[in-house]
Write a protein that binds this ligand. Structure first.
Ligand code: PGA
Length: 326
């Protein structure tokens, strides 16, 4: 899978976001990068939360907040009854580690089918919701209806809705506030266009999108932020781990300055944009990447590779339990 070419400029003033002290949701241990036994890593993974209470000098992977890695599969406008039956069957057969939240976002017409057939271990997200209570809004789906059919999450602010459908920051913020008020979790997407990155506006764009969420929502408790650079979505041009990490750090810093240190520390910031089995492990090693939102690769079924997991605990978490698939 091609990495984005080095000619892409990084966000302006990235250096100032290099190492905020609160960013350490995880502390990676170089000793664990190699030659570590499978069984130890399995045990190690299950101890993530306990480990976070111990001193960093123990060289453990430590996660603050919920301590739970988040992997979402965004199926977008894809699938048939038949293909979704197969996907669900693969997911039901997978061994899922306890310390990973796994969520799938099927297209609306199939949510009921998925809910009826998928293990309760995996939660269901909608890909959109109406901005308020349902009623005379032709073609829309209300949060109340989503809850009624068993959804726990909704993806809002996805770039395809921003840039193809034309949703703006304020509207998206209101949708998030309403969904949260009714008890749905929100995957709040942000991310810059290629021309915005090249113009050095990555942080400006992301912060503006974040502010619209912050202005509207009463609490960040049920929000997962998905940083998805638009140029990386569905293009095969994945952000390099460092490109992703520098934006995640900046987002966390923004939360610290504009919301609170606690929210900055606890909120999961996941990456999306051409994530697959070949690149997820390197991305996951970055301290501030707390999970993934996976599009295309999440449709290809599972690719469990227990033998490839020996090299790194994050890879164990990813390859063993779930997508992304190459
Ligand atoms: P992709 O999509 O993995 O196909 O790039 C990600 C997304 O849109 O959430």
């Amino acid at each position: 899978m091609a990495m984005l070419s080095a000619s892409l400029s990084g966000p302006k003033s990235a250096a100032s976001y290099s190492s905020p002290h609160f960013s350490g949701l995880r502390r990676l241990c170089s000793k664990l990068d190699s030659n570590t036994s499978h069984s130890f890593l399995r045990h190690f993974n299950s101890q993530l939360r306990v480990s976070s209470l111990r001193k960093p000098s123990r060289n453990v992977v430590a996660m603050a907040g919920t301590g739970t890695f988040f992997v979402g599969g965004n199926w977008k406008c894809n699938g048939t009854k038949e293909s979704i039956t197969k996907l669900v069957s693969d997911l039901n057969d997978a061994k899922l580690e306890a310390d990973v939240d796994v969520v799938v976002a099927p297209p609306f017409p199939y949510i009921d089918q998925v809910k009826a057939s998928l293990t309760d271990r995996i939660e269901i997200s909608a890909q959109n919701s109406w901005v308020g209570k349902g009623g005379a809004f032709t073609g829309e789906i209300s949060v109340e209806q989503l809850k009624d059919i068993g959804c726990k999450w909704v993806i809002l602010g996805h770039s395809e809705r921003r840039h193809i459908i034309g949703e703006n920051n304020e509207f998206i913020g209101k949708k998030a506030a309403y969904a949260l008020s009714q008890g749905l979790g929100v995957v709040a997407c942000i991310g810059e266009l290629l021309e915005e990155r090249e113009a050095g506006k990555t942080f400006d764009v992301c912060f503006e999108q974040l502010k619209a969420f912050a202005d509207a929502v009463p609490s960040w408790e049920n929000i997962v932020i998905a940083y998805e650079p638009v140029w990386a979505i569905g293009t095969g041009k994945v952000a390099t781990p460092l490109q992703a990490q520098e934006v995640h750090v900046a987002v966390r810093d923004w939360l610290k300055k504009n919301v609170s240190e606690e929210v900055a520390s606890k909120t999961r910031i996941i990456y999306g944009g051409s994530v697959n089995g070949g690149n997820c492990a390197d991305l996951a090693k970055q301290e501030d990447i707390d999970g993934f939102l996976v599009g295309g690769a999440s449709l290809k079924g599972l690719n469990l590779q227990p033998l490839s997991i020996l090299q790194h605990p994050r890879k164990l978490l990813l390859d063993y339990v779930y997508w992304p698939c190459n």
